[in-house]
Unconditional design. Structure first.
Lengths: 83, 344
């Protein structure tokens, strides 16, 4: 699961978190921890689409699929399998 | 239809376009007749102007300063790279659509090079420059306070971006240094020209892409069933002007967000999400559920993503890009600490 680290890194770099020292696990909902604005949301979707070369459909743009690293990894795996 | 899109930025060449002569071949260049007036008039109409010139940067800027025109241009691209590259930089820096850029040059080669790389850019030969002021795409229907000070706002933005680059901490800490004040108020009659302008100019964060005229907005504003909200943002560098709009249809058991947009200039400030949170909280307070209209315009995916990530789900789709979304209002994002919110 080498891409999990890249996702962690991307989120760590782009999410606006008040406290620099805050850490989160792969099951933490980072939407509840930082302030997620439109630009971050769009960047995250773009990042995943470009990295894995697929398009995320409207019904997959559910916050649940993106709110934790594990959920996002699950979505990516599902989409890669069906490609 | 694309041809009718308003031009937001005119990109000028310098040698034999803004001035007669070639700067590098000696400094005896003089302004083209009437060019001074044309540049100043476009500026007063709220049309941004930039430069794409193959020249020596220092010399060219010095010359513009001497001619009293330097302040009228933002993001000058003065170097020896291809002009298509300059145009791409300008487009990225201002964050506008390619189809809203008009490029003026005296050399066929440059016009063609740009046109090939960016088919959506309107390219005009410099010999046609005197006709620019009469071009309908350079004549916005209204000149608002915000359009007249648009260049100034972009120049403030440039300073902000420089400050942001120099600021090494996490971006939230940077945002906190801006002392942002975000005001949401019900639209008054004086806001309507700007509101119309916003519906025409905004693409990325625009829920429906529907444009509304002054007259339509005025009817909506007076309707007791509707709420028309305008947003203004300012920070320590100055005001961004009126940058956001929302139209809520208030019905018996629910509210319907029929239009929402936020200017691309403030997209990294998180204020679109603040406006959405505010509307969600208000609807919840009134015990109404919330619907929102969304229409895929091909350019507003960011708005779609924002809605979905704010918990909106599809309730209806006509299969052709028009959706009604619904939010159960169970999870509403709190306002960020770095913005002071004022409700008027």
């Amino acid at each position: 699961m080498e891409f999990k680290n890249e996702i962690r890194e991307f989120i760590g770099e782009n999410l606006l978190i008040d406290d620099e020292n805050v850490t989160f696990t792969d099951d933490d909902n980072y939407f509840q921890m930082g302030f997620v604005n439109s630009l971050f949301a769009m960047k995250l979707v773009d990042f995943v689409e470009q990295k894995f070369d697929f398009e995320i459909e409207n019904d997959e743009l559910d916050i649940k699929n993106f709110s934790t690293i594990n959920n996002l990894v699950e979505l990516i795996q599902k989409k890669l399998k069906n490609k | 239809m694309e041809k009718d899109v308003e031009i937001k930025c005119v990109v000028w060449d310098l040698d034999n376009t803004i001035w007669q002569g070639v700067l590098m071949e000696g400094s005896n260049v003089s302004l083209m007749p009437e060019i001074n007036e044309i540049i100043k008039t476009l500026d007063s109409r709220g049309i941004l102007q930039a430069i794409a010139s193959k020249n020596d940067y220092e010399l060219a800027i010095e010359k513009l300063r001497e001619l009293g025109l330097e302040e009228y241009f933002i993001y000058p691209e003065i170097h020896w790279d291809a002009k298509s590259f300059s145009i791409a930089n300008i487009q990225k820096n201002i964050n506008i659509g390619m189809n809203t850029i008009l490029f003026v040059d005296d050399q066929e080669f440059e016009l063609e090079e740009v046109q090939t790389a960016h088919p959506e850019v309107t390219c005009i030969h410099a010999k046609e420059y005197k006709k620019l002021l009469d071009n309908p795409r350079l004549n916005p229907r209204f000149i608002t306070v915000d359009s007249a000070r648009r260049r100034k706002m972009y120049q403030d933005d440039y300073i902000r971006k420089q400050a942001e680059k120099e600021y090494k901490g996490p971006s939230n800490a940077f945002l906190a240094t801006l002392n942002m004040k975000f005001t949401i108020s019900e639209a008054g009659e004086e806001d309507l020209k700007r509101a119309e302008e916003l519906t025409v100019r905004t693409n990325q964060l625009n829920a429906t892409g529907v444009t509304y005229s002054y007259e339509e907005l005025n009817v909506i504003r007076k309707s007791s069933q509707h709420k028309l909200l305008v947003c203004e943002l300012e920070d320590k560098y100055g005001t961004y002007g009126k940058i956001g709009l929302a139209l809520i249809h208030m019905l018996e058991d629910h509210w319907k967000l029929e239009m929402m947009l936020m200017s691309c200039r403030v997209v990294s400030r998180g204020v679109g999400t603040v406006l959405l949170s505010y509307i969600m909280k208000e609807a919840k307070k009134q015990n109404k559920y919330l619907l929102a209209d969304f229409r895929d315009t091909g350019r507003n995916r960011m708005m779609n993503v924002s809605f979905r990530f704010a918990g909106f789900q599809e309730k209806f789709s006509d299969g052709q890009g028009t959706y009604v979304l619904e939010n159960n209002l169970e999870n509403i994002q709190e306002y960020p600490d770095y913005i002071e919110l004022y409700i008027k």
